[in-house]
Design a binder for this molecule. Structure first.
Ligand code: PRT
Ligand code: MG
Length: 213
């Protein structure tokens, strides 16, 4: 029986660096060097599997609308996205980091109405609401570390890995919001319609993740 075509959406940037070796271990290899190409769509060693390489924040959208069947995205992006049309069957345990609050080193814990700068507006709003704290969320698109220095915000919510970026800017970690890693996501419609194709891919990736533990 012939295989239905399958599209996998990969997050470009730092997640891609960890994704490609894992996919190779699971037997899915792009037909050309993705990092040396400006193309966005790639054939693979499987006739029926294509890869698309897109902005991390766009991956849930492609998978949710069924334009891609499977995706790889950071948990931070998934927490911020509306992921009602998605299953999240596998933690790939790659691109690991932490979603944290941070403040100027030594600054007192802010009280009253707190100003928080982040690009993760939805997650930040929910987090402070759960804490029972009043917070004004200020949306930024990058360089969050600058906000407390410039007096724009008391706290930031950002991704931390080694902590070097915070330290270099005179900031320190405060509270852990969530440990982050990249996840395999599958569209709910795709899971139903293409289960026979998709399940073996989930299984192979799960084995590759296990072998690394
Ligand atoms: O950069 P751009 O705006 O184009 O896109 P992007 O930021 O969405 O993509 P990219 O390639 O930066 O990848 C982001 C994804 O990688 C996130 O969604 C996380 O799931 C994951 N990830 C893992 C990280 C980090 N580690 C990480 N360290 N994303 C960002 N960082 C940044 C962080 O924002 C901070 O500026 O690295 C800095 C902190 O690192 P340390 O080591 O100094 O603490
Ligand atoms: Mg980035």
């Amino acid at each position: 029986m012939s295989q239905q075509p399958l599209t996998i959406a990969l997050s470009k940037g730092r997640i891609l660096d960890d994704t490609l070796p894992l996919f190779e271990e699971a037997g899915i290899v792009p037909a050309e060097d993705i990092k040396k190409s400006r193309k966005l769509i790639f054939d693979t060693n499987h006739d029926h599997i294509k890869l698309v390489v897109i902005r991390a924040t766009d991956v849930p959208t492609y998978v949710q609308y069924g334009a891609a069947d499977i995706g790889v995205a950071g948990k931070d992006v998934l927490m911020e996205a509306d992921s009602t049309g998605l299953y999240e069957p596998l933690d790939l345990n790659i691109a690991t980091c932490r979603l944290m609050t941070a403040a100027l080193k030594g600054a007192p814990e802010p009280t009253g109405r707190i100003k928080v700068a982040s690009k993760f507006v939805g997650v930040t709003k929910r987090y402070f609401a759960e804490q029972g704290k009043q917070a004004d969320i200020i949306k930024l698109y990058g360089g969050m570390e600058l906000a407390p220095i410039m007096g724009l915000a008391d706290l930031i919510v950002d991704i931390v890995d080694t902590g070097n970026t915070l330290r270099a800017n005179g900031l320190e970690e405060r509270d852990l919001i969530a440990p982050i890693s990249s996840r395999l996501v599958v569209g709910k419609a795709a899971m139903k319609m293409k289960h026979r194709q998709i399940q073996p891919i989930i299984d192979k990736l799960a084995q590759a993740v296990d072998r690394r533990r």
